[in-house]
Write a protein that binds this ligand. Structure first.
Ligand code: SAM
Length: 278
């Protein structure tokens, strides 16, 4: 009986080509085909490495349809690599459906680990890294973005976000409003590239710095935000959120009483800045 091929999930550099591992290079050289998010982009990287293997475009829009065909080839014994434009496939990148389909078919799926912007940023941010939550990209729509942040406002683990240059200012502004200006955070930009910068400080200071300096708005970003450190802070954040919602429908004194009861926060503290967390 013919044995199945292997699907190798291969991490590629997030900026510096030197970060491609030796094993990644060897696997990419050996496989029958390489599935790439953008064949032109990956083709250029592979050409620089002197690797010439057939490329198959696999992206968000064709992944579902293509997965069964690729699994068919793996079943026949062909081996394949999956890469994305940068970093680790499946991490805010395509590949999930292919990996699921391959696993369901009993194909071996094997990682070739390497760069990942979230982990690289976390490793230098100087914020707690023992427990963290990867949130990927926040929603593009302002209301949905604020809603997502509101749900994360009482999270005690470190929060890790991806962000694009055209939304970094808006996102930091929303974080100031919803998570609080005093929250410690880091903005990691262009990691492993020429203009790499890692800024850290309070959200208010980071926002001011990025707003004031056009250079700090260029490139690719990971934003890391410290989780809530104290139970009392978590109760206050939740209390303010509830107060803002209830205050729209009830007299302020009733809204504050209910919000305080439900959250465990002191009632007086909710009046002061209740509208901030809406
Ligand atoms: N799969 C990739 C990984 O493992 O990191 C992430 C792909 S996601 C589509 C692209 C986002 O990752 C960018 O918008 C940015 O938020 C982040 N990113 C990628 N490269 C980066 C870099 N060199 N410096 C900072 N952030 C980066």
């Amino acid at each position: 009986m013919q044995s199945h091929g292997i699907l190798h999930v291969v991490a590629t550099p997030i900026g510096n080509l030197g970060d491609l591992s030796f094993r990644a290079r060897e696997i990419l050289r050996q496989v029958d085909a390489i599935c790439a998010e953008d064949t032109r982009h990956s083709g250029q990287m592979l050409a620089q490495l002197g690797i010439d293997r057939p490329l198959i475009a696999l992206h968000e829009h064709n992944e579902q349809a293509l997965a069964e065909r690729l699994v068919g080839r793996l079943r026949e014994g062909q081996s394949m690599a999956l890469v994305s434009d940068a970093g680790t496939p499946l991490i805010s990148d395509p590949g999930f459906r292919l990996v699921c389909a391959a696993r369901a078919a009993g194909i071996r799926v094997s990682p070739v680990p390497g760069p990942c912007a979230a982990i690289a940023a976390l490793s230098v941010a100087g914020l707690p890294s023992d427990r963290f939550v990867f949130e990927g990209f926040l929603p593009a729509r302002a209301s949905a973005r604020k809603e997502r942040l509101t749900r994360l406002a009482t999270e005690s683990r470190t929060l890790v976000f991806y962000e694009a240059s055209h939304r970094i200012v808006e996102t930091l502004a929303d974080m100031c409003v919803v998570l609080g200006e005093e929250r410690l955070a880091a903005v990691a930009r262009e990691l492993t590239k020429l203009f790499e910068t890692v800024l850290d400080g309070r959200l208010s200071a980071l926002r001011a710095r990025v707003e004031a300096d056009p250079d700090q708005r260029k490139g690719e970003f990971v934003v890391i935000v410290q989780g809530v450190q104290d139970d009392a802070d978590a109760r206050l954040i939740e209390g303010r959120r509830l107060f803002a919602r209830l205050n729209a429908h009830l007299p302020p004194s009733t809204a504050a009483k209910l919000a305080a009861e439900l959250s465990g926060a002191p009632r007086k503290a909710l009046y002061a800045t209740g509208s901030d967390a809406s």
